[in-house]
Design a protein around this ligand. Structure first.
Ligand SMILES: [Zn+2]
Length: 336
């Protein structure tokens, strides 16, 4: 199946005339229907112990309540989700997700939803935090282009805390990493995207990444037998060997090897930089992972704007979410 994925992805990226020529050549073959499958499954499970052994147990103010036969606790579809114990209606949260899909600022979204900007900021990160679970399970297959990009270390938003000290001590140790001109004030973000547009990106380290750093992103997120297309960084040889990937490396300045190139990952980096640097005027490193996910959903997930918004909302509203919103600003300044 993996080889088929590779073929389909290459096919989908051909020009219309190349597609026609290809189909003419293999006329008579039955091509499988490539329609998108929805990845949302509405299996209701216990909000406390995740058991599927549940029964309906009346309604509370019009909302279906369930009883778990294993842990004997009751719950509703909202228990422990982002909509649990909120002062606002589902409609306000939906409106807020719509603002996020449009890449709106905190101030504008707060105004559109009738909430205060502090609440809007907390919601932004509660929502993006809950999408981390979805992002963790992303597995890329077929033809996967990968490369790292870098963002300047940023402590934006940390300075208003009286006890905050800039964690820049690496400057003074004389050991900062200047290989290939990448210093330790650069946050490394390895990214990968397949020809279907499924993407993954996570902060791994400061400065140039080691094989160990790259493994943090790529070890579990690329399906076996995929074709991995990268630049000549030798770290990718190890990763490809460890995970049974076919490696194609493109020499700097050389456009492609056969049908493979790194155009998609280069364009991914440009769009990500536009999103972070121009749209948000740079973001604090402690929140960068959340903005990476936001970019993946807004600019890369498949489907129409409406379909994406629906998938986004369904996931956020049905997944368990435990973090208290007061903790959002207390996270580590450098999350690596
Ligand atoms: Zn239970």
């Amino acid at each position: 199946m993996t080889e088929l994925n590779t073929l389909f992805q290459i096919f989908n990226n051909l020009s219309e005339s190349e597609k026609k020529a290809f189909l003419k050549k293999i006329k008579g073959e039955n091509l499988p229907n490539l329609t998108k499958a929805s990845n949302i499954t509405n299996i209701c499970k216990c909000a406390h112990c995740n058991s599927a052994n549940i029964v309906k147990n009346g309604t509370v103010r019009g909302v279906q309540r369930y009883l778990c036969r294993d842990c004997h606790k009751t719950f509703t579809p909202k228990t422990n989700t982002i909509l649990f114990k909120t002062h606002y209606s589902d409609a306000v949260w939906r409106k807020y997700i719509n603002c996020m899909m449009n890449g709106m600022s905190i101030r504008k979204s707060a105004k559109a939803c009738g909430i205060n900007p502090d609440t809007a900021f907390k919601w932004r990160h509660k929502i993006l935090d809950s999408l981390q679970t979805m992002h963790k399970n992303v597995k890329l297959n077929g033809v996967v282009e990968a490369d790292e990009t870098f963002f300047p270390l940023s402590f934006k938003g940390n300075h208003n805390k009286s006890n905050f000290k800039l964690p820049r001590e690496s400057h003074h140790r004389g050991k900062s990493n200047h290989k290939r001109g990448i210093s330790s004030d650069q946050v490394c973000v390895p990214c990968a995207i397949n020809l279907n547009g499924l993407s993954k990106s996570v902060i791994t380290n400061l400065g140039k990444p080691t094989v160990k750093d790259l493994r943090k992103v790529f070890s579990r997120s690329i399906a076996e037998n995929s074709v991995l297309v990268t630049d000549r960084n030798s770290a990718y040889n190890k990763i490809a060997n460890e995970h049974n990937l076919q490696l194609v490396q493109i020499k700097a300045g050389k456009g492609s090897v056969g049908t493979f190139n790194i155009a998609k990952i280069n364009s991914y980096h440009s769009i990500l930089k536009m999103f972070i640097i121009y749209n948000f005027k740079g973001v604090s490193t402690k929140y960068l992972n959340n903005y990476l996910i936001w970019n993946n959903i807004k600019n890369y997930a498949l489907g129409s704007e409406e379909e994406k918004e629906q998938i986004f909302a369904d996931f956020v509203f049905t997944n368990k979410f435990c973090e208290n919103s007061h903790d959002v600003s207390k996270r580590k300044a450098i999350p690596v």
